[in-house]
Design a protein around this ligand. Structure first.
Ligand SMILES: Nc1nc(=O)c2c([nH]1)NC[C@@H]1CN(c3ccc(C(=O)N[C@@H](CCC(=O)O)C(=O)O)cc3)C=[N+]21
Length: 316
């Protein structure tokens, strides 16, 4: 029951403290990811029985960034739980570009591996684009190779980048109507901002929205974010979007994963790019951090690996 806009009960608001105002629906990435993982596990089991096929993923990590280590560990753990074969290659930060390219070439030829993920960011002495371009587009389960990026732009069948793919699933499965909606994306990265804006625009991906992209040079960010029916924030700045910068009832997708401190037990304390506390009483729906987009990203990597294995084996 929401008393907030009911004029008839306006005076009642005096007697109802703030906690009576209906908070946003929480769009749980963890729950949605769990449901999709069950679908994937069932399909992996079917492939094994019917075709003797086991999807294989390799994750390649260069260096010792703790956040990257924890993401890669989570990816391998999830793969294992779903029956996907997974290999983890961990290389010292001093690994040369040539060595890394050699390892990628080996996995391009390895028939047991259908998906290759090189964890980003790479150390500065390695040209990231060169490495991503070296991955066989048919094994590019991250969807970062220019062939897949180009196909995505054209609405052709391809591997969709995992985070935008996860956002599409979250919107669809939470029943959020994107067609004709004002979608505002904050952030223009190749990994999230640019691709999600494109997918939201597309007919093929089901977006059909009117899309605005904001970035560091945007003159009046709040002017744009306040117009959004769906606001997707991937800026990498902790709690940058406050309640007064959104529209009442908007659907908020928070892509940020910022480490803002440590709990007493030494676990990383995470915050999104959205100031959850100031937004939750005003938004219609919101993804939390943690437990929102992050688990979906990993799940879509599994889905892409499954798709890669089926394509390699000519199964559909
Ligand atoms: N080649 C490549 N592909 C990637 O997909 C890729 C990458 N490089 N580099 C870094 C970003 C970041 N990323 C995340 C994945 C899962 C969570 C995730 O599951 N987060 C949990 C919390 C996990 C925690 O405690 O840190 C959550 O939001 O609930 C977050 C971030 C994938 N990335």
């Amino acid at each position: 029951m929401c008393f907030k806009h009911d004029r008839a009960v306006g005076p009642l608001i005096e007697f109802f403290p703030r906690y009576c105002i209906m908070p946003a629906q929480i769009i749980s990435g963890s729950e949605t990811a769990k449901a999709i993982r069950e679908e994937i596990a069932a399909e992996v089991a079917r492939l094994k029985t019917a075709h003797g096929l086991v999807p294989g993923l390799v994750t390649i990590l260069v260096g010792e960034d703790p956040a990257s280590q924890s993401y890669v560990a989570a990816k391998n753990k999830t793969a294992h739980a779903l029956g996907i074969h997974s290999e983890q290659v961990t290389l010292p930060a001093a690994t040369s570009e040539a060595e890394l390219l050699g390892i990628v070439a080996d996995y391009n030829r390895n028939p047991a591996i259908h998906g290759i993920l090189v964890q980003l960011p790479l150390p500065r002495h390695i040209d990231e684009a060169k490495v991503l371009f070296a991955i066989d587009p048919d094994k590019d389960v991250d969807g970062f190779h220019p062939v897949n990026v180009g196909k995505m732009m054209l609405g052709e069948r391809c591997f969709l980048p995992c985070t935008p793919h996860g956002i599409l699933e979250l919107l669809q499965r939470s029943g959020t109507e994107t067609s004709g909606a004002e979608v505002v994306v904050v952030g223009r990265s190749n990994i999230v901002g640019k691709p999600i804006a494109n997918l939201m625009l597309q007919k093929r991906a089901g977006g059909n929205a009117t899309v605005t992209i904001c970035h560091t040079r945007t003159r009046d960010m709040a002017f744009h974010t306040r117009r959004a029916d769906i606001l997707i924030v991937a800026a990498g700045v902790a709690k940058m979007i406050k309640g007064d910068q959104i529209k009442e009832g908007a659907v908020i997708i928070d892509v940020g994963v910022n480490r803002i401190g440590q709990t007493e037990s030494g676990k990383a304390l995470l915050a999104g790019d959205v100031d959850f506390d100031s937004v939750v009483g005003k938004a219609g729906a919101i993804t939390p951090v943690p437990g929102g987009v992050g688990p979906m990203t990993i799940t879509m990597l599994m889905k892409n690996t499954l798709q890669a294995a089926k394509q390699a084996a000519g199964i559909e």
